[in-house]
Design a protein around this ligand. Structure first.
Ligand code: HEC
Length: 165
């Protein structure tokens, strides 16, 4: 048993015995017993939620990240980016005519910690950025271009293949 699991089990046992003592201390049917029971149930639920969500400082979940791009087709990225005019603002290696300097070069995007300085650089966040940049950075010069989730996933998959930068 891991230490964390032991800790959780101990917490649950303490919560249960508190609930049992509370229950025993009040006469049945006077309403307080019921409230105690509900409060104890809530407490238990919180412990369960906390256990499932894991510690706050957990490492990036790369499994979830790769799942987020599963089924994406990186080879569609360049045409999609030409169609959306991304190259008028960005240098994008492998995308013809993409020599814009309004936004940063997208070469080596995978090495950056943040997407546009506002979202952690993981596939899910990159997809969300491409779909709705102004939701995440209201002042940004990058416009919402009506990119669908599918298109964003294909573009993100391509962008993550880019080295250098
Ligand atoms: C009108 C210009 C413009 C267009 C068109 C545009 N962008 Fe941007 N983009 C920007 C600017 C400016 C930033 C910097 C955003 C910021 O920091 O607020 C940016 C940021 C980004 C970033 C984050 C880069 C980083 O280093 O963090 C990515 C990825 C990106 N754009 C991809 C795209 C893609 C893909 C398209 C086409 C669907 C596109 N952009 C279209 C201007 C544009």
């Amino acid at each position: 048993m891991s230490r964390r699991r032991t800790y959780v089990v101990a917490t649950v046992l303490v919560a249960l015995s508190c609930a049992a003592m509370g229950w025993a201390a009040v006469r049945p049917g006077d309403g307080i017993g019921h409230r105690t029971w509900v409060a104890a149930g809530d407490a238990l639920r919180h412990v369960g939620d906390w256990y499932r969500s894991g510690p706050a400082d957990r490492q990036p979940d790369w499994d979830a990240a790769s799942l987020a791009l599963q089924g994406a087709d990186a080879s569609r990225g360049p045409d999609l980016m030409i169609a959306h005019g991304c190259g008028s603002c960005h240098v994008i290696p492998g995308v013809s005519g993409a020599r814009g300097t309004v936004g940063p070069s997208l070469a080596g995007l995978r090495h950056r910690s943040y997407v546009a300085g506002v979202l952690p650089n993981d596939p899910g966040s990159l997809v969300r950025w491409l779909m709705n940049p102004t939701v995440h950075a209201p002042q940004t010069a990058m416009p919402d271009l009506g990119v669908t989730e599918r298109q964003a996933r294909d573009m993100a998959a391509y962008l993550y293949t880019l080295r250098g930068g």
